[in-house]
Design a protein around this ligand. Structure first.
Ligand SMILES: NC(=O)c1ccc[n+]([C@@H]2O[C@H](COP(=O)([O-])OP(=O)(O)OC[C@H]3O[C@@H](n4cnc5c(N)ncnc54)[C@H](O)[C@@H]3O)[C@@H](O)[C@H]2O)c1
Length: 268
């Protein structure tokens, strides 16, 4: 690892209390980025930020519900007050709650679309307005990185609204790329497949309750065996390399792209 690869980067990372958001935050800080970690789990992000500082990195945290316009603005303001500017966003916060198609309710729709689609647009707007205010940089473009999913391009019958919301993330990447380049902002994303995080542990339990699998733990093994070319599911460490590529100068000439990291689960 090059500890200077992300020198000069100031990143707001949403959903950073656990899972992939926390893993990317640790990795970016170890490569020289200054990171502001936002999450509804304020104690969780405070703890991750403390760990990063203890390891010699620069990190702060903020209480953030991505569905709130006030919170999004406050997270941007806190980042700028702490580190002077913001030049990277990792739009990572997301939720899931599986349901068969005919069981989907308005509450299920509002909850998932609220966080995964509106929440991402909301934080993108607050960050992009700040980047526009800062004015274009000569040395590199500002970067917005949206976390999508394999379900941004395919979907499954047990996570209907989650699949819809991840298609919306792909729309935000394409629309953001076209709408924000006038401010020298690129918009890209990465799309994990099955990553063993708290989100999947919870999903695994709910899929048993829905009758899709018989036993806890079976879903990930079953998908790995039957649906993933590499025959294994992933961990956050499988994801961080692509995330840092998208934050680094190596991706400066890319915009509007969603990179799949799924062990060959969905190949287009
Ligand atoms: N785990 C997977 O297999 C997988 C696969 C593809 C995509 N993803 C996506 O990757 C991202 C990270 O997933 P993960 O597996 O690390 O999940 P996770 O559940 O472990 O972490 C998600 C974090 O988002 C936070 N969060 C939830 N709602 C929020 C809100 N309204 N405002 C702010 N923070 C909020 C949670 O508190 C949590 O800390 C999500 O967008 C998810 O949809 C996950």
């Amino acid at each position: 690892m090059d500890p200077t690869r992300l020198d000069g980067k100031v990143a707001l990372i949403t959903g950073a209390a656990q899972g992939m958001g926390a893993a990317v935050a640790r990795d970016w800080a170890a490569q020289g980025a200054k990171v502001c970690l936002g999450d509804i789990n304020t104690d969780g992000v405070a703890e991750v930020a403390r760990e990063i500082r203890d390891a010699g990195g620069e990190a702060t945290h903020v209480s953030l519900d991505v569905t709130s316009e006030e919170d999004a603005q406050a997270a941007v303001d806190h980042t700028v007050e702490t580190f002077g500017e913001i030049n990277v966003l990792l739009n990572n916060a997301g939720v899931n709650k599986p349901k068969w198609f005919l069981d989907v309710t308005r509450d299920n729709y509002d909850f998932i679309m609220g966080v995964n689609a509106w929440g991402k647009l909301n934080v993108m707007q607050a960050v992009a307005r700040q980047m526009a205010k800062q004015g274009p940089r000569e040395d590199y473009p500002y970067k917005i990185i949206n976390v999508g999913s394999i379900l941004s391009r395919d979907t499954f019958d047990d996570v209907i609204v989650y699949g819809m919301s991840q298609h919306a993330v792909l729309g935000l990447i394409k629309g953001g790329a076209k709408g924000l380049w006038e401010h020298k902002i690129t918009v890209n994303g990465y799309a994990p497949g099955v990553v063993r995080t708290e989100m999947w542990e919870q999903l695994d339990k709910e899929l048993v309750e829905m009758g899709k699998f018989d036993e806890a733990g079976e879903s990930m093994d079953d998908i790995a065996e039957n649906m993933i070319l590499m025959k294994r599911y992933s961990y956050p460490d499988d994801i961080v390399g692509t995330a840092s590529f998208l934050a680094s100068a190596d991706s400066d000439y890319m915009t509007g792209q969603l990179i799949q990291i799924d062990g060959g689960m969905v190949i287009h």
